[in-house]
Design a protein around this ligand. Structure first.
Ligand code: ATP
Ligand code: MG
Ligand code: MG
Ligand code: MG
Length: 470
């Protein structure tokens, strides 16, 4: 039955409240006291201390809907039906409280009773030797054996960096053969979009040092994660994440700006989806206090924005347009994230400034890059030199990853080592100059003192300070 994304979020959080969970708001995208992580990429990431028993949680059962950024998925965005760099993750968590016996039947109840998803569309994976989870699924819940699979560490052992981790059990939804790769080998776990993973139940019972050593935790935890857009994709029976109600309003705005009709050309559709995704990530990141820069989180943001700008060019948009999209992102997401509206003018200012900076040089840079590639190709070469790529970065503002991507589309690679050597040289030059002139950094002139160190963000307090500066 069709259900809007906002309503689904509410249903989930409410369901777990009835199971004794405390509902908390999303944590900011910038991790607090966790140098192992650049950006929050899951619901459990901001709660590591509660899992490890290093801090007392407000309750031993918590439920959240967490904003997440996953840049490692960037190349898949717009191509697969199910990956965004930004998405919301629903989660219910047990800190040394309930375990497999409880969480598995609850997950099943939510999907098949509360949302009435037909049971025969769902498939379950468990970790190789996790007979305990297998038995709960088959005996207690009643899943037939032919809807059960066992996967190895790659898929069914959840760990990201150091910290709490453990075997997991994933729930897949069969979207039907028309969404699949059609290969005879296609089955649950295939990387195509037929069997879409919607929910991951992690039985987090170890503490990993990130180097292969696992300490069994005295009392195990539960950590679950379900992509809200993926769930909405199922409930709304649409082709991919970008066609889900709230996200689609951004997609339609990209259509209007570009004059392209979504569905006419796969190549244009990919660009439309990429822009839709990247402007969403951007708005949420800027709202959480991240500013474009050349390193760390700021680099991720800059790369997303400039990649979106380039896809705009590919659609034939020849004017700044990203700032206009900010309105639609805020409109479609403010129900869940009222802070977006609060930061509206600030977000527009940051996006506008960055877009303008790149807008001045993007066409010249693209021309140079394309000519470079053509010349090299004519000479039978397939590598762009470090100094060329450096010049694109330095003079035209092309982040390395963007150049790499464009080069790869033409079958080229980039001499990265030489590029980094050029960067180091330039950094040293800049440092010397800065010392000579005694100025504090490139962004200081733009956003004042607070922005001078964009990576030193410590939560909402600073954010409000930043917002007030406007
Ligand atoms: P996949 O195998 O499809 O890439 P995953 O195994 O990497 O997903 P998990 O790390 O288990 O995903 O995250 C928990 C849930 O978050 C997933 O089951 C999925 O619903 C959602 N999710 C993960 N990555 C993304 C993404 N890039 N975009 C949207 N939703 C995502
Ligand atoms: Mg993944
Ligand atoms: Mg997976
Ligand atoms: Mg998973």
């Amino acid at each position: 039955q069709w259900t809007g994304l906002n309503e689904l979020r509410e249903k989930y959080l409410h369901f777990f409240e009835t199971k004794g969970h405390l509902r908390l708001g999303s944590f900011p995208l910038v991790p607090k006291d966790d140098p192992s992580l650049l950006l929050i990429n899951s619901g459990m990431a901001p709660m590591k201390k509660w899992f490890l028993g290093q801090e007392e949680p407000p309750r031993h059962r918590v439920t959240t809907c967490q904003k997440c950024i996953r840049t490692p998925d960037i190349e898949r965005v717009g191509i697969t039906a199910r990956h965004g760099t930004f998405f919301e993750m629903l989660g219910n968590f047990s800190f040394q409280d309930y375990f497999k016996e409880e969480v598995i039947p609850w997950a099943w109840e939510f999907l098949t009773k509360e949302l009435e998803i037909p049971a025969d569309k769902l498939y379950i994976s468990v970790y190789l030797d996790d007979d305990e989870a297998y038995d709960i699924w088959t005996k207690k819940v009643g899943i037939p054996e032919d809807h059960m699979v066992r996967f190895g560490k790659e898929d069914n052992f959840w760990e990201h960096g150091s910290g709490p981790c453990g075997p997991c059990s994933e729930i897949y939804y069969d979207r039907g053969p028309e969404h699949g790769c059609g290969k005879p080998t296609c089955k649950v776990g295939c990387d195509c979009d037929r069997y879409m993973e919607i929910w991951n139940l992690v039985f987090s019972q170890f503490d990993s040092d990130g180097k292969g050593h696992y300490e069994r935790l005295p009392r195990p935890n539960i950590d679950t994660g379900m992509g809200l857009e993926r769930l909405a994709c199922v409930m709304q029976d649409v082709g991919n994440l970008f066609e889900v109600d709230t996200v689609a309003s951004v997609l339609h705005h990209v259509e209007r700006i570009s004059g392209k009709h979504y569905g006419d050309s796969e190549k244009d559709d990919i660009s439309i989806r990429v822009i839709t995704d990247h402007i969403r990530s951007t708005v949420f990141m800027v709202s959480d206090g991240i500013l474009p820069s050349n390193e760390g989180r700021g680099y991720v943001l800059r790369r997303l924005l400039r990649r979106a700008a380039r896809h705009g060019r590919m659609l034939g948009i020849d004017r700044p347009f990203l700032t206009e999209l900010v309105d639609t992102v805020i409109e479609s997401s403010e129900a869940g994230y009222p802070e977006l509206r609060e930061h509206e003018s600030y977000i527009k200012k940051v996006v506008g400034t960055e877009e303008e900076r790149f807008g001045r040089t993007i066409d010249a840079g693209l021309n140079i890059l394309n000519n470079m590639i053509d010349e090299r190709k004519a000479a039978g070469e397939t590598v762009l030199s470090g100094s060329e790529v450096f010049k694109l970065n330095d003079t035209f503002g092309f982040p390395l990853d963007l150049t790499k991507e464009i080069a790869a589309e033409a079958g080229f690679t980039v001499d990265e080592e030489a590029f980094h050597a050029e960067m180091t040289k330039q950094r040293e030059r800049a440092r010397a100059e800065r010392l000579a002139k005694d100025i504090s950094g490139w962004s200081a002139d733009l956003f004042g003192e607070l922005a001078a160190e964009p990576t030193q963000f410590d939560g909402y307090e600073t954010l409000h300070e930043t917002a007030k500066v406007q």
